[in-house]
Ligand binder design. Structure first.
Ligand SMILES: [Zn+2]
Ligand SMILES: [Zn+2]
Length: 281
């Protein structure tokens, strides 16, 4: 870079780095908060405001927590998304410097790698989430890393990101750690990130939307549900996974009543027909 006089640039590099990080952060924070408000806020409006009476038979726990708890969930979540944006901003900068393997052209490593890398990210994150989440339940870590998330025993979708900074950093570091060793396309990473937002919204929905066969089918019984994670908030020592049920079933941490509770909740159709007016009336 040249100074205005045409000589070598002597300004400290720190300002330049802070400028890049600042602009990366503004973009990342804006996208994260927008995504949170649209997906988590939208799910709250649909299920906890407009449809809550029609779906009462699918509410996992009885009653509704006070609205001020929902506001607190939102405040915690926006704080955590702002922390996650720090990791995104630094990662984009490290990538520009060539330390991470994020690539923009989808065809650079061929189409099959797009699919394989997405599958690796989804299954890899579920494994990472299960074990780091279990670790945060250890008595030495729980109070300062994960207790906040358990302030909500009957969470709403607004609690999708109700994490302390430590917990938010733990999950956010998964992406850059993968990018240290594997090339991942930008759009694949975007899909994997949105997958997390959608899944976290769904598991904090408070209502079970799955059809009655979900827990019985040989395939879908391995995919997590709102009930599974809601029971984690209610009973705390069970159901640590997020996307799938593998780890909890394999490690014996699935709540013993999970399959039964899911079957009961999904026994009636999602939307029931309005009752015909009584002739005697
Ligand atoms: Zn939760
Ligand atoms: Zn937990």
């Amino acid at each position: 870079m040249q100074s205005p006089q045409g000589g070598p640039h002597t300004e400290p590099q720190l300002e330049e780095i802070l400028g890049i990080l600042g602009s990366n952060y503004a973009g990342a924070a804006g996208r994260s908060v927008f995504r949170y408000l649209i997906i988590c806020g939208g799910a709250f409006a649909v299920f906890w405001v407009f449809l809550h009476e029609r779906l009462e038979h699918r509410k996992i726990q009885e009653g509704q927590p006070p609205r001020k708890m929902n506001l607190k969930e939102a405040r915690d979540s926006i704080y955590a998304t702002l922390v996650i944006a720090v990791v995104t901003a630094v990662s984009l900068w490290l990538n520009e410097l060539g330390h991470l393997q994020l690539y923009m052209d989808p065809m650079e490593y061929g189409a099959p790698w797009l699919v394989v890398s997405l599958v690796l990210l989804v299954f890899g994150f579920d494994t990472y989430f299960y074990w780091t989440h279990r670790l945060m339940h250890h008595v030495a870590l729980y109070n300062w890393t994960h207790e906040k998330h358990h302030e909500y025993t009957d969470p709403s979708p607004l609690a999708a990101y109700s994490f302390t900074a430590w917990e938010a950093l733990t999950y956010a570091l998964f992406g850059p750690m993968v990018l240290l060793v594997l090339p991942v396309n930008f759009y694949v990473l975007l899909i994997a990130g949105s997958w997390f937002t959608l899944a976290s919204t769904l598991v904090h929905l408070g209502y079970e939307l799955a059809p009655s066969w979900w827990g019985k089918s040989r395939l879908t019984r391995w995919i997590g549900t709102s009930t599974m994670h809601n029971m984690h908030h209610e009973y705390i020592h069970y159901n640590f996974a997020l996307y799938f049920t593998f780890w909890d079933r394999w490690m014996g941490t699935m709540h013993p009543d999970y399959d039964e509770v899911l079957e009961e909740l999904t026994a009636q159709p999602l939307f029931q027909r309005a009752k015909a007016p009584s002739k005697a009336a």
